[in-house]
Each structure stands twice: as structure tokens, then as C-alpha cells.
Design a protein around this ligand. Structure first.
Ligand SMILES: NC(=O)c1ccc[n+]([C@@H]2O[C@H](COP(=O)([O-])OP(=O)(O)OC[C@H]3O[C@@H](n4cnc5c(N)ncnc54)[C@H](O)[C@@H]3O)[C@@H](O)[C@H]2O)c1
Length: 286
């Protein structure tokens, strides 16, 4: 339902409270700051020992917004209903949920163990499902026409070697979010996914691989020619979190610099570009 806001006021989040998981660093910090810039107060959640959460809170408060911080291991799914009830009691109604916390391991299919499989699934799937379940129950009880945004990945749509558990987890997160979209639509609550491509964050910091060679090869496959910075994903989040996106539900927004649009690296093997207006080579210069 339109609120009647016009122009950029459609993106104004003043008076709303957003819960962001994995808010201590990387994309989560950028999302928290972006939401605060748009006017929201923030509930910041990360692992109990996550050092960066105070830095994120300080950035939010510097913008004149409130920041509550919580140390909660989201993989302890049996705790998530009680945790959400505590947040609701201490911070008031929640309007926006950003399921951002995620984890990955680089292992070939034959190297994955039941434990490493479960470690990825518990955070990327189970926690998303059960946190969304309780937060949206509160949204309904509070009469809030809320927003759920789940951060998936381009790997929800196309597989990548060495990441079977991660790929499967992100595909599952896509479908569970779509199911929430349909079931919560009668309450005016929307649920969508944001699927980033390669973003410069510490998520793959412990991957055992030749980072420099991989990044050079991968960069060649990105039509826009460079990795994203976390801030590059904030605009899409604000669309899904605000009145501007009120009629978008069950959708996904891919923010990948064009990677999934390109099936093969054919551009690299084509002759210099010619057209009638310019003679210079228009292929990007990476
Ligand atoms: N960086 C990328 O290239 C990229 C690409 C596509 C999708 N993503 C997705 O974006 C999201 C954020 O990724 P990022 O790159 O910022 O990662 P990151 O590793 O920098 O940050 C993830 C945050 O989640 C927190 N977290 C992990 N497990 C948790 C748990 N059990 N309980 C509470 N908090 C937990 C971590 O402590 C960390 O602060 C993830 O869902 C990731 O899969 C990232």
C-alpha cells in the first residue's frame, strides 16, 4: 500500500527500527550505516566475541541514530525465539530484518564433512528461517508492515566449485524467503533477497587458495571490471527496506557487476571494437 511519500522521501526510514545480523564488519556494517543514513535506528547482532560491532554502533550513533548491540550466536537456533523476544522488549517494534550473517568454507565435495556441512547450513539457512519466523510473528502482532531482506549470493543461482554447501545454502535461503513472501503478503510484509557478486570483505580470509591469481582471473569475468565494495550493495537494500519497494515481494536483486549476465568470456577474444561514432577500443581496460 502506498504511503503517499514522493520523490526521495520514499526511501526515508525515520522512525523505523532495523535489525541487521552479521553487523560487526563487511556487508553488515555497510547495510547498518546505510539504513542509519536513511533515518533508521539499528539493532546490531553478531557473534558474542565480534569486536567490530562497537565500531558499527559508533558509526550509527554518529549519524544521530540509536544503536543496540547484541552478541548472539545465530547458529543456536533453539535460542532465537527467546532472543527475538528480548530484542522486541528492549528495542520496541522491529520494522526491517536484514538476514546478512553468513559463513563459507572452501572445500571440494569429497572434503566436506557432516560437521562442515552443518556449520554452513546452520548459519546460512536454519538461522535465517528461525530468526525470520519469530521477527515476523512480532511484526504481525505489532501491526507492522515490515520488510525482510535476506542476503544470498550469485551462488544461489549458479554453482561455484569448492562451495557445494555454500551454494546449496544460498539456494535454500532464496526459496525460504520466497515462501515467507507469499505467506506474509496478507499482512503487508514483504520478503526479498539481495544477491551480491564478489564483494571485498573478510568472508574468504581463511580460504586456502592463491588469492592474487584467483582475484586477477575473476576480475576478468566481471563486466564492470572490478569487485564490489560493501557500499555498492546499499542502494538495492534501501529500495527493498523502504516505501519505495512496497510492491516488491518474492523478488531477488542481483548486484554482481554483470557476472551472471555473461555466460562465457567471449569479449576477451573479439577484435577491437569499431562503430561509426568512435574509433577507440570500447572494451574495458582491465
Ligand atoms: N563478500 C562477498 O563476496 C559476498 C558475496 C555474496 C554474498 N555474500 C553474503 O553476504 C553476507 C555478508 O558477508 P560478508 O562478506 O560481509 O562476510 P563477513 O565474513 O565479512 O561478515 C559476516 C558476519 O557474520 C557474522 N556471523 C557469522 N556467523 C555468525 C553466527 N553464527 N552468529 C552471528 N553472527 C555470525 C560474522 O561474525 C561476521 O561479522 C553473507 O551472507 C555472505 O554469504 C558475500
Amino acid at each position: 500500500m502506498s504511503t503517499g511519500a514522493r520523490g526521495v522521501d520514499r526511501f526515508d526510514l525515520t522512525g523505523r527500527t532495523a535489525l541487521v545480523t552479521g553487523a560487526a564488519r563487511g556487508l553488515g556494517r555497510a547495510f547498518a550505516v546505510g539504513l542509519a543514513e536513511a533515518g533508521a535506528d539499528l539493532v546490531l547482532v553478531d557473534l558474542p566475541d565480534a569486536e567490530g560491532i562497537a565500531t558499527t554502533a559508533a558509526a550509527v550513533e554518529k549519524l544521530g541514530r540509536r544503536a543496540w548491540t547484541y552478541g548472539q550466536d545465530l547458529s543456536r537456533t533453539e535460542e532465537l525465539a527467546g532472543f527475538t523476544d528480548t530484542v522486541r522488549a528492549e528495542c520496541g517494534p522491529l520494522h526491517i530484518l536484514v538476514n546478512n550473517a553468513g559463513t563459507a568454507a572452501l572445500e571440494r565435495v569429497g572434503e566436506i564433512t557432516p560437521a562442515s556441512w552443518a556449520a554452513v547450513m546452520r548459519v546460512n539457512v536454519d538461522a535465517v528461517f528461525f530468526l525470520t519466523q519469530r521477527v515476523t510473528e512480532h511484526m504481525v502482532a505489532d501491526g507492522v508492515r515490515g520488510r525482510v531482506i535476506t542476503i544470498t549470493s550469485k551462488n544461489a543461482l549458479v554453482a561455484e566449485a569448492g562451495l557445494a554447501h555454500y551454494n546449496a545454502s544460498k539456494a535454500a535461503a532464496q526459496l525460504l524467503t520466497e515462501t515467507y513472501a507469499v505467506e506474509l503478503a496478507p499482512h503487508g510484509i514483504t520478503a526479498n533477497t539481495l544477491a551480491p557478486g564478489m564483494v571485498e570483505t573478510p568472508i574468504d580470509g581463511e580460504f586456502p587458495f592463491d588469492r592474487e591469481a584467483f582475484e586477477a582471473a575473476y576480475r576478468e569475468r566481471i563486466p564492470l571490471g572490478h569487485y564490489a565494495q560493501p557500499d555498492d550493495c546499499v542502494g538495492a537494500l534501501l529500495l527493498l527496506a523502504s516505501d519505495a519497494g512496497a510492491y516488491i515481494t518474492g523478488a531477488r536483486i542481483v548486484v554482481d557487476g554483470g557476472v551472471l549476465a555473461d555466460q562465457m568470456p567471449r569479449m576477451r577474444f573479439m577484435p577491437p571494437y569499431r562503430n561509426s561514432l568512435t574509433s577507440h577500443d570500447m572494451s574495458h581496460d582491465t
